[in-house]
Write a protein that binds this ligand. Structure first.
Ligand SMILES: C[S@@+](CC[C@H](N)C(=O)[O-])C[C@H]1O[C@@H](n2cnc3c(N)ncnc32)[C@H](O)[C@@H]1O
Length: 301
């Protein structure tokens, strides 16, 4: 039976939850001897579901990195998440303008100090669609989603359970870094697997998701040069156009494609089906063969 997908407490546009079974099909148990290296962690949903004992996950969004660093160090725990949300949720319930006054005050203190990862969690779960987006100045940019009793008991329990699920996956041997991908890819060695999910060139942009052709070129140079295995998520084409980066950089590697629908986002371009691609530099059949021979030898069922 397929394992249940772990959904993290902080979500964002472009989250790869739906692609997890496909990405998993590239991973076999032997690879788990090495480290899972994910330089563009975003919500980190992919890393959490691969369940490696050792991992390096990183992003240039400091808020997400700080949240998971504190969770790893037990400065944040499922219990403290519950207490915080119950406390702030109660104030929100009674605040003026159907709660908006309190949302604004948390948003403002977060924008000013940017320091409290629990404020970040609160904002992401009180805003529209549970999304994360920052404006050009790097400030929180999601409108408040007015709902009576926004942080109901059931809603808080759901967020706490999501926090517990990721808390249980993170081991001592996981590292969370606030670093640029160029630094992170160079940490990889032969036994590791690097999974890259950069901002898609020519598509969605927010403060932490600017992406230029030079970035794509640097990514290509580093992935071409790495001794590790890599898998890169990118888009191949949609109804309107092709991703010119495929032809320019990625065609020399192996590519698998799949149709995927993104529901989030208001732009017409984002509501159309996208052909997603996984670009990789190893022989996927070898994985299947070793699975087969393990089954033949009674090692796997
Ligand atoms: C498409 S999202 C990753 C989504 C993730 N796979 C998920 O399922 O949630 C791309 C991420 O790359 C990060 N990013 C953008 N530029 C970066 C850079 N130069 N180095 C490292 N991370 C970067 C963004 O902050 C964003 O979180």
């Amino acid at each position: 039976m397929a394992e249940k997908t772990i959904v993290p407490p902080i979500k964002s546009q472009g989250i790869k939850t739906k692609l997890i079974p496909w990405i998993k099909s590239f991973i076999d148990d032997d690879m788990k001897e090495g480290r899972w290296i994910e330089p563009f962690m975003g919500t980190s949903v992919v890393a959490f579901n691969m369940k490696f004992e050792k991992a390096i996950v990183a992003d240039i969004n400091p808020h997400i990195v700080e949240f998971y660093n504190e969770l790893k160090n037990k400065e944040i725990t499922p219990k403290s998440v519950r207490e915080f949300l119950e406390h702030e949720g109660e104030i929100l319930k009674n605040a003026e303008e159907n709660g908006y006054a309190h949302y604004r005050s948390i948003r403002d203190r977060f924008n000013k100090s940017g320091k409290n990862p629990l404020d970040f969690l609160f904002l992401s779960r009180a805003g529209f669609n549970g999304m994360v987006r920052f404006n050009k100045k790097g400030e929180w940019n999601i409108p408040f989603c007015r709902k009576p009793n926004r942080f109901s008991k059931a809603y808080i329990t759901k967020i706490v359970n999501q926090t517990s699920a990721v808390f249980n996956v993170i081991t001592e041997n996981w590292q969370f870094h606030y670093k640029d991908f160029r630094e992170v890819i160079q940490m990889a060695s032969e036994n590791d697997i690097i999974y890259c999910d950069p901002p898609y060139y020519g598509r969605y942009v927010d403060y932490y998701n600017g992406w230029t052709e030079k970035d794509e070129n640097d990514l290509y140079t580093l992935l071409k040069g790495t001794k590790a295995k890599f898998i890169l998520s990118t888009w191949h084409h949609n109804d309107f156009r092709e991703n010119e980066m495929i032809e320019k950089f990625w065609n020399e590697f192996n590519i698998e494609t799949k149709e995927h629908f993104y529901h989030a986002g208001g732009k017409v371009d984002n509501r159309n089906p996208v052909i997603e691609a996984l670009v990789y530099n190893f022989d996927k059949n070898e994985i299947k063969k070793s699975h087969h021979s393990a089954i033949e030898h009674g090692l796997l069922f």
